[in-house]
Design a protein around this ligand. Sequence first.
Ligand SMILES: NC(=O)c1ccc[n+]([C@@H]2O[C@H](COP(=O)([O-])OP(=O)(O)OC[C@H]3O[C@@H](n4cnc5c(N)ncnc54)[C@H](O)[C@@H]3O)[C@@H](O)[C@H]2O)c1
Length: 275
Amino acid sequence: MSDQEIDAHALHASAKYKQFPDLAGQVVFITGAGSGIGRAMADAFAANGAHLALLDINDASLEAARAELHRTFPQVEVECHVASIVDDVAVEMAVAAAHARFGRIDVLLNNAGISANKPTLELAPEQWRRAIDINLNGVFYCAQAVGRRMVAQGGGVILNTASMYGTVAAPERAAYCASKAAVVMLTKVMAVEWAPQGLRVNALAPGYVRTALVEELVQSGRMDLDALTRRTPARRLGQPHEIATLALFLASEHAAFINGQAVVADGGWSAYSYV
Ligand SMILES: NC(=O)c1ccc[n+]([C@@H]2O[C@H](COP(=O)([O-])OP(=O)(O)OC[C@H]3O[C@@H](n4cnc5c(N)ncnc54)[C@H](O)[C@@H]3O)[C@@H](O)[C@H]2O)c1
């Protein structure tokens, strides 16, 4: 890419995201940053001038993200960690390394997660454990490791990615709904526990968003895209950048009095009871 092309690309990416000047220069740790919503979050915060520590289990997608971010936002520092969030020792090492490099962590986007769609009677213990391990235990390990640093520095923002399915139920999603509902309650506990130390902890609760996670379910026949679109009052699925924009707002000083909430962004899905 020529310098002019890089400038044009960066301008486009910056124009896509609303600017929150207080986020410039902040240090943002993002899990599941290699793809989907986490990848869009990396763009959104980079476009606001934040420095990034990215973690993902997928080496290749993380490297691709680093290269793209470097091209588009050359002024933004990006550090990458290949690790699974279920490995509490690896999480602690990654958080310690990011903290050592940047001197602080201002925002944690605790986003990595997996789908788990299966009839409850067929859900094997191993599949249940995997979903709980990634969607709940991993989220706890990351929040605790970063929370320690934020309490010590006297402030910070944690946004846990739950789901609208942490607030309303759907069949064949026992492990997913249970893990995401637990993330909502974990969010509330950490919010009330750490608010006196200057932290805010909220949950993002997206409805259906077009990412690899959804594409995989559609491709395997476990999800009907047309039916989902018809069922959503907005008559469309969400886009990753819409969830990233919500994260920008909740991380910014404009949301200074919002704490312990699960903010649903679902095109009206969970408000709609008529089938
Ligand atoms: N896409 C949706 O419709 C939707 C709706 C509600 C909530 N969510 C939630 O949003 C979050 C992001 O989902 P997405 O749609 O962007 O999915 P995605 O599959 O596109 O991206 C998830 C990323 O997390 C990484 N990851 C998976 N397991 C990991 C682990 N153990 N350790 C570290 N990284 C790991 C993956 O490699 C991938 O890069 C998830 O928590 C998901 O449950 C998604």
